[in-house]
Write a protein that binds this ligand. Structure first.
Ligand code: GLY
Ligand code: MN
Ligand code: MN
Length: 432
């Protein structure tokens, strides 16, 4: 609760005086018929409030030193019989709220918070229904307060810029949790390398990950696992995971757990039969080199663009060495010749969301890495089967190697280093 209070205090210190933040939680979503998707709280809400029930809204006032009011599901014994316990507004002190109201009272109560505020913040396009309620209330208050000694805020601002800058720099507590998530995911990749074998279905390898995540205390995946054998590895967000893994193929697995609300994001590519072929080795070494060199750039004062440039440079040179690209390296880079084979970016912020919030720069300028930021480093090379001018031996090879890296005052800290990534270490583990 203290950690959440500190976060709200930080937010409030960045809000102008006499302003108000309205933070929406998530609602449940129907999967099919009357079956719901597993509930996942909105990350902004979880970050500031730590309350994990659907149908909730928190109000944080700038002059309140981090206190808040919660609107949440009312107690209802018959509903709770089916869906589980609800906290209920009257128990709101349990989560550190000053006042609690049933969510049904939101439309009626919100006007009391809006009046005489100079600025309102909320997350736009998250909860259309409640967003409309806020806007309707502003419009009607404007009418009822016209020519009185009250005033109504002129506009509603997005809270994203303020809040997401705060979320970008992780606290000690957050780093500790993310490290645990990374450790669990690393153990799962090791388990998969040990258990994979030809004629296993991709989803059966996926089961090794889910088993290890849950066994180690992570209830969920941070994103749908990608388990792509052979040519499926060339589809960047492949998640059907329904084909057979074949002897002689590589399998690319991009899988990470979510632990206590925090993501991890690891990709390893390994041979289904435990041994890399010569062609697979040649491509793998380029991607590994790019991964290692890019990680070195994750340093205070450098920028994500320098990391990207390094990935492009190493991959382009590697493709020249494989004789897939021909020409002068700077010219090839200038022309984007690598894009048929490496078509995504090399990394993204990671935190409560796997593709975490926070800007990468503004006005055409890249921002500098700062201690407490966490980025993934995930170069890849993909040779789709229809590519022209690529020797046959390389076609259908897709390789990505992804680690999660913490920016520190000194050298980058790799949070996923316990999963092997050199050919030697992978083959050794797989033969053990
Ligand atoms: N797992 C999604 C990504 O690597 O961006
Ligand atoms: Mn990633
Ligand atoms: Mn990934």
């Amino acid at each position: 609760m203290n950690e959440h209070l500190e976060r709200r205090k930080k937010l409030v210190s960045e809000m102008p005086k006499n302003s108000l933040a309205i933070i929406f939680g998530s609602n449940t979503q129907i999967r099919n018929g009357d079956v719901e998707f597993p509930f996942r709280q909105n990350s902004d809400f979880l970050y500031l409030i730590g309350f994990d029930e659907p149908n909730a809204v928190a109000i944080i006032e700038s002059d309140d030193s981090g206190e808040f009011t919660i609107f949440c599901q009312d107690k209802d014994p018959s509903k709770e019989q089916w869906e589980g316990n609800r906290m209920g507004p009257s128990n709101c002190r349990k989560i550190g709220a000053k006042f609690g109201f049933p969510i049904e009272a939101f439309s009626e109560e919100i006007s009391k918070f809006l009046i005489n505020k100079e600025r309102i913040y909320f997350q736009k396009n998250l909860n259309k229904l409640l967003e409309d309620e806020v806007n309707k209330n502003i419009t009607s208050l404007k009418k009822t307060t016209s020519r009185t000694n009250h005033f109504i805020p002129e506009e509603v601002h997005s809270i994203d810029l303020l809040l997401h800058e705060i979320r970008l720099i992780k606290t000690k507590e957050e780093i500790k949790t993310i490290k645990e998530a990374c450790e669990i995911s690393s153990a799962a990749h090791i388990r998969a390398m040990k258990n994979v074998c030809p004629k296993m279905y991709e989803y059966q390898l996926e089961a090794e990950y889910v088993h290890e995540f849950m066994k180690k205390g992570a209830r969920n995946c941070a994103y749908p696992s990608i388990v792509g054998g052979g040519k499926n590895a060339c589809i960047l967000h492949y998640s059907d995971n329904k084909d057979l893994l074949m002897d002689g193929d590589l399998v690319l697995v991009d899988a990470g757990c979510e632990f206590n609300g925090y993501a991890s994001d690891i990709t390893r590519t390994f041979p289904v039969n435990g041994k890399f072929s010569r062609a697979q080795q040649a491509v793998y070494e380029i991607v590994l080199d790019a991964n290692i060199e890019c990680i070195k750039t994750v340093k205070k004062g450098l920028t994500p663009n320098e990391t990207e440039k390094k990935a492009i440079e190493v991959i382009t040179q590697g493709l020249i060495d494989l004789k897939i690209l021909n020409g002068e390296i700077n010219e090839l880079i200038e022309n984007g010749a690598y894009r048929d084979f490496y078509m995504h970016r090399v990394g993204h912020w990671m935190g409560m969301d796997v593709h975490d919030v926070g800007s990468y720069g503004k006005n055409g300028n890249w921002r500098k890495y700062l201690p407490g930021m966490i980025t993934t480093i995930e170069p890849g090379i993909y040779f789709k089967e229809d590519l022209k001018n690529v020797p046959k031996e390389y076609l259908n090879i897709g390789i990505r190697i992804e680690d999660d890296v913490l920016v520190t005052e000194g050298d980058p800290e790799i949070l996923t280093s316990s999963v092997p990534k050199t050919i030697k270490d992978i083959e050794k583990l797989m033969s053990s």
